[in-house]
Design a protein around this ligand. Sequence first.
Ligand code: CAA
Length: 254
Amino acid sequence: MVKLLREGALALLTLDRPEALNALSFAVIRDIGAAIDEAAGWDIRALILTGTGEKAFCAGADIKELVGRSLMDERAGSELGQRVFAKLDSFKVPSIAAINGYAFGGGLELAMACTFRVASSKARVGLPEIKLGLIPGYGGTQRLPRLVGEARAAEIALTGRTIDAEEALAIGLVNRLADGDVVEAAKAFAAEFTGYGLPALALARAAVRRALDVPLDEGLRVEADLSTLAYRTEDAAEGLTAFIEKRKPQFRDK
Ligand code: CAA
């Protein structure tokens, strides 16, 4: 139900359950976790996630599986989704959700767990759980305010309304819109950063991720620590020397 391919420096993870609009059954969630673990062993510089078909990235949790569960099972299900999606946050290289259509509920939560989001112009996203008498359980209430601010996040979660691609771009929920094929656009986006050194990429990501979790003075200490670490890398020595020598740097991920 999940396909994992390697294309040069990229891993491409595809949710492959088009008959259910790539809905997240618990088996699919486990497959996503296993695929991320497998990709972690590869020598790659970015991970792209997308969905099979023209219609949907992912229509969210499998609603048919949610009926009649015990509270204990429901809690365990929420924790499973959170745990698997958190693997993207801590994944060794940046991830990009290539949102090829609908991304609702758990589907949007999966996209928000990625480092970046690229959407096709026909993408539609939202957190419609409220219409089912539910609220998001795979990280949506926590990651959405970090991306779009508290007021917009509350509006989106409490109204359950559908957001089109242009609005998603305007509010910072997605980074880019794709003119043509969204996976190709995600690859082009990846090419904008995959040429840089992995240590500096990881340190920049770690510093930015702390920004909304800690008070400013603590965040600035984190930045001072991590920027000093970046300065100690061989890539930094190469980057600075290359600038002085007016040539392109040759980063070696060291
Ligand atoms: N779970 C299970 N099956 C789903 C599904 C879901 N989330 N979304 C769609 N499907 C299935 C449909 O049941 C249908 O299957 P059948 O042909 O066997 O009936 C098939 O996918 C195609 O769907 P539709 O016929 O509904 O397609 P549509 O184009 O008319 O509508 C849609 C598309 C607006 C996305 C609609 O399918 C929809 O509203 N889906 C549910 C979206 C949703 O509420 N997601 C949140 C789930 S709860 C959640 O995610 C909780 C959490 O935070 C973890």
